[in-house]
Design a protein around this ligand. Structure first.
Ligand code: NAD
Length: 366
């Protein structure tokens, strides 16, 4: 009888599984340590294809709800990223609540590593925003279930350059589809967020002769990079109405939303940020209707996971780069498939990924 009076989307009654971002997640682990001040959440979305591998993000979330929402969305994204990329990995992610610049230290990292270790390999961590290769080395002291560690201790090193290379490949494929040529020379590209991935992407496209516009909340970095790459800079967040060919979101997620799509003049969206579409169905459709070619984020930013997967599958750098280069072909296939089936590119990529998971599940159950 109780079920008749409970609204499953009412967060008061169902504060965990009733979260709007909850989507069949297998396990969510809350980590709390008073001695180090660690407050973290590990989200394991799906382990059908293998252990849940995904980076840890350290961020100053305004509320715990915001952190939970982020880890749920990010871990789900990893499931589909690994599936579309053909890796034998499930989807997971972790968030640490705090300021990476002032609150991160080795004791905190080790304690976090102990929580990762307690999951016995169901979750394998790596870098994400606010984390460095060095942090992964510290975590390795207490658990083997960490990737993205230094090359000096047998790891694959910082995944960001490989991620940037994959985004570059995805951007070229999107240009090929939309403009009939994958040459980026003369194309006006806005790179929003010039951190680890964004900067390397800027390097690739500047080398090709693109006209790059940089945007970041870190003005010191903007000044430094505008000189280094002879690029223009735009400050603030009133950027979507600029005269652009390509918009490359490389900061945080959900920047493709009702407001930004209305203003957007770019004909292509191709960037590194995870979960770019605030609402996958609605905003994917709005982009399709506006004729904006959207290269699905979880497809084109997979270079990093391909790079760290080398540590699990035992392949070398050349193989990582070869697999990452193939993002070009897959992206082009997705654009053509979406056009043929009259669905969004996000849906086309998602369907292939889900198909792979369903097939494995069937095998496991037979
Ligand atoms: P990073 O922290 O090195 O860089 C992020 C940059 O974005 C910083 O310079 C920051 O100042 C800037 N930024 C933050 N908020 C902003 C805003 N509102 N407007 C403009 N700039 C803003 O992170 P990263 O490793 O370069 O990752 C960038 C994005 O790519 C993230 O969404 C991350 O999840 C995703 N991603 C990264 C990898 C990887 O290998 N590092 C792999 C896949 C996906």
């Amino acid at each position: 009888m109780m079920s008749e009076i409970i609204d499953t989307k009412d967060l008061k009654n169902d504060p965990v599984f009733g979260q709007l971002s909850f989507d069949g997640h297998e396990q969510v682990v809350f980590c709390n340590d008073e001695d180090t001040g660690l407050k973290a959440i590990i989200g394991i979305h799906n382990t059908t294809l293998g252990p849940a591998l995904g980076g840890t993000r350290m961020w100053q979330y305004k509320t715990e709800w915001e952190a939970l929402n982020d880890v749920l969305r990010l871990s789900r994204g990893m499931t589909y990223k690994s599936a579309i990329t053909g890796l034998n990995l499930g989807g997971g992610k972790a968030v640490i609540i705090g300021d990476a610049k002032t609150q991160k230290n080795d004791a905190l990292m080790r304690k976090f590593g102990e929580y990762v270790n307690s999951l016995s390999g169901r979750y394998i961590t790596a870098e994400d925003v606010g984390m460095e290769t060095r942090d992964m080395d510290v975590i390795r002291e207490v658990t083997p279930h960490v990737t993205g560690v230094s090359e000096a201790i047998g790891g694959s090193g910082n995944p960001s350059p490989v991620t940037a290379y994959g985004v570059y490949m995805g951007m070229k494929a999107a240009a090929q589809y939309k403009f009939g040529s994958d040459k980026l020379e003369g194309k006006k590209v806005l790179v929003q967020g010039v951190g680890h991935v964004g900067e390397t992407l800027v390097k690739h496209i500047t080398n090709e002769g693109a006209q790059v516009i940089l945007n970041d909340i870190n003005e010191t970095r903007l000044e430094e990079l505008s000189k280094k790459y002879n690029a223009n800079v735009v400050l603030g967040n009133d950027i979507y109405g600029l005269d652009l060919d390509i918009y490359a979101p490389c900061a945080l997620g959900a920047t493709v939303n009702d407001a930004s799509i209305q203003q957007l003049n770019a004909k292509v969206i191709a960037g590194a940020a995870n979960n770019q579409l605030a609402n996958e169905l609605k905003h994917g459709k709005m982009l399709q209707e506006k004729g904006i070619a959207y290269a699905p984020d979880f497809l084109i930013n997979a270079g990093g996971i391909i790079n760290v997967y080398a540590e699990v599958a035992g392949y070398g750098k050349d193989e990582s780069l070869k697999r990452t280069e193939n993002i070009y072909n897959t992206t082009l296939e997705i654009f053509n498939l979406a056009e043929k089936e009259n669905i969004t590119t996000h849906q086309a990529a998602f369907n292939i990924a889900q198909g792979r998971i369903d097939a494995r599940k069937k095998e496991q159950n037979s």
